[in-house]
Design a protein around this ligand. Structure first.
Ligand SMILES: O=C(O)CCC(=O)C(=O)O
Ligand SMILES: [Fe+2]
Length: 303
């Protein structure tokens, strides 16, 4: 039994037979061919200790220090314990500008847009890497989780040979609600057909995420839900077509789950213009449009 049955996703308990462990590819970390084959076979590659732990923890401290400034996290910042109150709107009336400045923190960017991360993605992509400039940063409070989705619908105006890297910024144990993958969902062509080419900014008639509860969907399809106890330095590389959401953050200490997701492609391939430049427009509001731009308060809100 790899992980706790105390875990829930969108408030559904995970039956033990559905709880699976991510396949660990760490021993193959220098073998580009095998990692590419794994990405095709599994829809993801999980590597432990791919990044410098010290640098990741420095990024964590940088981000949480900004949240201490606005009263949402208590000292010491590195612990990431939510206060349950926020002075963000009073102190930072331009929420988008504040969030952009947090997402552009030099210690955070050192982890995501330099060094071992770029070397790893260059090996996987077999060429010069072009990361999206936009960075999705997620301090997830207790009571919250991410809905299941294929990333494709949010970033499909460039190449399909694009990878998401989900990076825990600190240790993220199961109880803090890490990312959760729907095993084998990169081969569900009937579902993928409903989302391929779907552009959430052009078609507002339906949501980008999957509305069926994740446990119900996994039971219906006979698959497992995959995650792991994550540590600072680990990375999870995902294709655009593997369904993922997260476990609920049920941290008994009230710790925020901090992670970021960043995107990498080859420099010589077409790129989705919404996510590049100094001030990417994103889905219309740039950094102001993502969940992280909103003040973190105690009220548990789903999704
Ligand atoms: O961190 C999460 O809860 C979701 C992350 C995600 O959707 C992604 O990395 O693409
Ligand atoms: Fe995603």
């Amino acid at each position: 039994m790899p992980w706790s049955t105390e875990a829930t996703s969108l408030e559904q308990p995970i039956p033990p037979e559905l709880a699976g462990e991510l396949r660990d590819s760490t021993p193959l970390r220098n073998d580009g061919d095998t990692l590419r084959a794994r990405l095709a076979d599994d829809g993801y590659v999980f590597l432990r200790g791919a990044l410098n732990r010290h640098d990741v923890l420095a990024a964590r401290e940088e981000v949480f220090s900004r949240l201490v400034e606005v009263g949402e996290v208590r000292e010491p910042a590195i612990d990431g314990i939510a206060t349950g109150v926020s002075r963000r709107e009073a102190l930072q009336p331009d929420l988008g500008a504040f969030w952009k400045s947090v997402c552009n923190g030099p210690k955070l960017r050192r982890v995501t847009h330099a060094g071992p991360m770029l070397d790893l993605m260059a090996m996987i992509l077999e060429g010069t890497v072009r990361p999206f400039d936009f960075l999705w940063l997620r301090p997830v409070p207790p009571g919250r989780a991410s809905a299941f989705h294929y990333d494709h619908v949010y970033m499909n105006r460039g190449t399909d040979t694009l990878y998401t890297v989900w990076t825990p910024l600190g240790d993220v144990p199961i109880e803090d609600g890490p990312i959760l993958l729907m095993e084998g969902s990169h081969r569900w062509n009937d579902l993928i057909d409903q989302y391929r080419g779907f552009d959430v900014d052009k078609d507002k008639s339906r949501p980008g995420h999957v509305t069926m509860e994740p446990v119900t969907l996994a039971q219906e399809r006979g698959c497992r839900l995959l995650t792991s106890d994550f540590h600072a330095g680990d990375v999870l590389i995902m294709s655009m077509f593997i369904l993922h959401g997260s476990l609920d953050n049920r941290s008994p200490e009230g710790r925020l789950r901090l992670s970021c997701d960043t995107r990498y492609q080859r420099a010589d391939e077409p790129i989705d213009a919404r996510w590049i430049g100094d001030d990417p427009i994103g889905h219309g509001k740039g950094y102001g449009g993502v969940g992280g731009a909103q003040p973190i308060t105690a009220a548990p809100i789903r999704r």
